[in-house]
Design a protein around this ligand. Structure first.
Ligand code: NAD
Length: 419
């Protein structure tokens, strides 16, 4: 495809999907679209780019970046929030990275992040939470956390099926719920906003499958289905049941449920098998703190996943550190967990580690594990030597406060030193 609005790099090749094997074919010089994003995106985007480029180079490869636009930068250039060409470019090149995009609360356009995830069918939001040496944490043993959360990305109350108070539509839905469905005394009188929470078998099973596949590929011990099925039986409870169906019906001996483990094996986990269990969401938030080391891979719905991964992120250093990525079939869009932090925009101040480590997920997805490890090691080396941005410096004794760009330079230096 040729683009009117996007500058395509002169060098580099496209990543393609081998339809027979379902595997990506990744050249050593791929073209990778990047959206810097809004607010601090213009600080953390170039910083991540620099580090990822250095790690690729140190391992004998080259990334050819293709700048694409969404949010404010797209409005300035093209007078639209999410140009079709941006979506097409990410679709066509299969693997991309983005910074944060601002979403106004309560009014204006719908979330561009949600829109992008839907348009590209990026159904799993994956958030690894692991502790790096030297990163300050509010808990006493942050190193116990090594968890990856798979958050369903397309359904739940985030699907955007909701009606504003005072509209004809919300009145119709209210009447339908009360009169046709028989929920008479449930909704209070007066203005009401109503939303719908769809949880499908299709959406649940592909998410849980993805989490189990990940656990098997990465030698993880368990996958925990997190839900609030005791209250929301037909949505969250059904998520749990469909999740167990995947575990029991699709993996043979490789996957075993916690019940079977105790009933048939006295709690003894077979080597190489993944145990699937489930936890109620509120209990899970406690266990995250009290039994951190028991949790490995989490599979959960959209809203629970948002809360849980942010809470987990706080334990390993907070928003400046927490990375993420959105997966579809043969497709990935990496992005940090944090937002656009508008008050710090353009100040060369915030921590680019979250964006850099999101890029690390991208490198792993390309199969460049050596480059991905190098990025992690270089970030860890930089932070543990006391070179950090303001957010960590204020929590540490004797650390050196660096600007975003200075920190990126320090990480690049370590990439070169460690390679
Ligand atoms: P935010 O993550 O932008 O910022 C909250 C606070 O976290 C900041 O004030 C800052 O103190 C800290 N912080 C965030 N990123 C940091 C970094 N890299 N280094 C150091 N400190 C950092 O959250 P918000 O203020 O709720 O949201 C601002 C905007 O971002 C909103 O429009 C929201 O919708 C959007 N948002 C976008 C995404 C995304 O693009 N995926 C995610 C979350 C929020």
């Amino acid at each position: 495809m040729s683009y009117e609005k996007i500058d395509v790099p002169e060098d580099g090749e496209k990543i393609t999907l081998n339809e027979d094997t379902g595997e990506l074919e990744v050249p050593d010089d791929p073209i990778i679209p990047i959206i810097y994003g809004d607010g601090v995106g213009s600080d953390v985007g170039p910083a991540a780019q620099q580090v990822l480029e250095a790690a690729a180079k140190a391992t004998g490869r080259e990334i050819n970046w293709m700048r694409v636009y969404a949010g404010e930068s797209a409005r300035e250039r093209y007078d639209e929030n999410l140009p079709e060409e941006t979506v097409e470019a990410i679709k066509e090149h299969r693997v991309a990275i983005k910074g944060p995009l601002t979403t106004p609360v309560g009014a204006g356009f719908r979330s561009l992040n949600v829109g992008l995830r839907k348009l590209l069918d990026l159904y799993a939001n994956v958030r690894p939470t692991y502790h790096l040496d030297g990163v300050p944490s509010p808990v006493s043993e942050p190193e116990k956390m090594d968890m990856v959360t798979f958050r369903e990305n397309t359904e739940d109350v985030y699907a955007g099926i909701e009606w504003e108070h005072g509209t004809d539509e919300v009145q119709q839905v209210k009447e339908f719920v009360e009169e046709d469905m028989g929920f008479d005394d449930v909704i209070h009188d007066g203005p009401v906003g109503i939303g719908v929470k769809p949880i499908t078998e299709f959406g649940t099973k592909r998410l849980v499958r993805r989490a189990i596949d990940y656990a098997l590929e990465h030698d993880r011990d368990s996958v925990t289905l997190v839900h609030k099925g005791n209250i929301m039986k037909f949505t969250e409870g059904q998520f749990r049941d469909w999740g167990y169906e995947v575990a029991e019906e699709e993996y043979g001996d490789e996957v075993i449920t916690e019940d079977t483990l105790w009933e048939e094996r006295d709690g003894e986990q077979p080597a190489d098998a993944v145990v699937v269990n489930d936890r109620i969401a509120d209990n899970m938030l406690q266990q995250l703190l009290t039994r951190t080391e028991n949790y490995d891979v989490i599979a959960t719905m959209n809203l629970n996943g948002d809360y849980l991964s942010d809470a987990a992120g706080a334990q390993i250093g907070g928003l400046g550190i927490a990375p993420g990525a959105n997966f579809g079939d043969g497709r990935l869009l990496a992005e940090p967990v944090h937002g656009s932090a508008p008050k710090y925009e353009g100040q060369d101040k915030v921590n680019p580690t979250a964006m850099i480590l999101s890029g690390r997920i991208m490198l792993e997805y390309l199969g460049w594990d050596d480059a991905a490890d190098l990025v992690r090691d270089a970030v860890e080396e930089t932070i543990s030597s006391g070179k950090v941005t303001y957010d960590l410096e204020r929590q540490l004794d004797d650390a050196e406060k660096l600007a975003t760009s200075e920190y990126a330079d320090a990480v690049v230096e370590n990439v070169e030193k460690l390679s």
